[in-house]
Design a protein around this ligand. Structure first.
Ligand SMILES: [Zn+2]
Length: 472
């Protein structure tokens, strides 16, 4: 399985988290039912230009310029931040996590191959993929996204005489670097850098072969990124790269698309601490994980305070039942087990597998787990006696509940919540102290005071405007 990883030029946002969480559950389930999974998820550290286009600045180079850092400092910082967020959400690391800059040689090799096959052309030291030529040979450009070449040709701006591309639907495989561009490598065509799409084709085929089982990513990558990957791989190798394409859908907030420009997007750490105008309070990473699993990966998912509070309650119910069932131990052989009760438990066990095997439907699987939790509570309260149940079947039921909760859905106790919250509080306080040092007249607004109070911080104003605090 290959999943397009993050472009590491800023903090990972919740939309990304949902994507990687969806594929985490998919790989977990495949392993749970016995498949050997090699999961490759890349790090994009070069070649992803602004607006996902062929023109404009490289996202990482731009950040490096603005912050006066080496591009690799930007990459390291945000890669570590990304890994930390993945750890908080209990997302298992991929088997291989290759980076684009680590595969420049392979990218140059495949570009040579596409040039040899007449599917690419060079202009002024840059190399472009010839979409029309490819479509003439294979008749399959648009196979994934349903886009039609003629329509794509008509929409948007026209090519100008300065453009290097022969056609506006062609895309860059290699770009010649301007004298100011800091990320650059030698190639047969120019000193430059690879296009965005070619890295995934190279890394997926290198580690998984020319055709592999599953290719995944966020819905926004379907076109042009994945369509271009199919064209490159099919053009170079003569066969389609993946048997299945899986795309996870986007997040909305109170019914609106989550986006930075609308001011309604929040970072994971803001969600944990509740330190955001749209959030009434913080929610732990496992509550958020549970919340995301409540809808199918291909549906949109709407964030709201009420929905998160509901998820917290639901998660607590399942989590309590998990603790209970772990302590239940069947006495062993029962001569006259109640067949009806036992059958009912087995149906629920089947339900878990049937729903996850039906396009990884976590929403329906959770519904079954809720029913299972009710049975567990029945045993706890004595409504059902363990001696009424067949021992072997009860153990299958118990193992399935534990296995689906922990191994498949990756839910664990929210033990780290307080730790995350404390971390968040400390960050806020460090920020405030910095501001106070820079500006001697800096005063806390009532809003900040209230927020801190809600986080359990007692503020004490001392002499000369000094501030001290205690954390409950
Ligand atoms: Zn990709």
């Amino acid at each position: 399985m290959y999943v397009c990883g993050p472009t590491v030029y800023n903090d990972v946002h919740l939309g990304n988290v949902r994507t990687f969480l969806s594929f985490d559950v998919i790989s977990r389930y495949l392993r749970y039912v016995g498949y050997k999974v090699r999961y490759v998820r890349n790090i994009t550290d070069v070649g992803h230009l602004e607006n996902d286009a062929d023109e404009g600045e490289d996202k990482i180079a731009k950040k490096a310029r603005l912050e006066q850092l080496e591009p690799m400092e930007v990459v390291k910082h945000y890669t570590e931040g990304f890994h930390e967020v993945m750890r908080q959400f209990n997302i298992v690391p991929p088997s291989i996590e290759p980076s684009a800059t680590g595969h420049i040689v392979e990218q140059i090799e495949i570009i040579k191959k596409l040039l040899d096959k007449g599917l690419a052309y060079e202009t002024n030291g840059s190399v472009y993929f010839d979409v029309s030529q490819y479509n003439e040979q294979t008749n399959n450009y648009g196979i994934l996204s349903g886009r039609v070449i003629e329509e794509l040709m008509e929409s948007g701006r026209k090519l100008s005489s300065q453009d290097e591309k022969r056609s506006k639907i062609d895309f860059a495989l290699w770009k010649k670097a301007s004298p100011y561009h800091i990320m650059r490598w030698p190639s047969p065509w120019s000193e430059g850098f690879p296009g965005w799409h070619i890295e995934c084709t190279v890394m997926s085929t290198k580690y998984l072969g020319e055709t592999f089982d599953i290719h995944g990513g966020g819905m926004d990558l379907k076109f042009p990124h994945h369509e271009c990957e199919i064209a490159q791989a099919t053009g170079a190798n003569g066969k389609p790269p993946a048997n299945f394409w899986i795309h996870s859908n986007m997040l909305t907030v109170n019914g609106q698309k989550m986006s930075k420009s609308l001011g309604n997007s929040f970072l994971p750490k803001e969600l944990f601490t509740g330190n955001h105008p749209l959030l009434e309070r913080g929610f732990g990473p496992m509550t958020v994980r549970f919340f995301m699993l409540q809808s199918h990966y291909s549906s949109t998912l709407d964030f709201s305070n009420e929905a998160l509070a509901g998820a917290e309650k639901g998660f607590r119910k399942l989590s309590n039942a998990l603790n209970t069932v772990k302590k239940l131990s069947h006495p062993g052989h029962v001569p006259n087990a109640n067949a009806e009760l036992t059958d009912d438990l087995m149906k629920l066990v089947d339900g878990c597998f049937l729903n996850m095997s039906d396009d990884f439907n976590t929403a329906k699987t959770l519904a079954v787990l809720f029913e299972m939790s009710s049975r567990i509570n029945d045993v706890k309260s004595g409504n059902i006696q363990l001696t009424q149940l067949d021992g072997k079947m009860f153990n299958v039921f118990k193992d399935t509940y534990i296995g689906f909760m922990e191994d498949v859905l990756g839910l664990r106790e929210e033990e780290e919540h307080n730790h995350e919250l404390l971390n968040g509080v400390i960050h806020v306080l460090i920020d405030l102290r910095k501001k106070a040092r820079q500006d001697r007249n800096y005063a806390l607004s009532d809003k900040i005071r209230d927020d801190l109070k809600a986080m359990g911080v007692q503020l004490m104003d001392g002499k000369n405007g000094e501030m001290s605090y205690a954390i409950e």
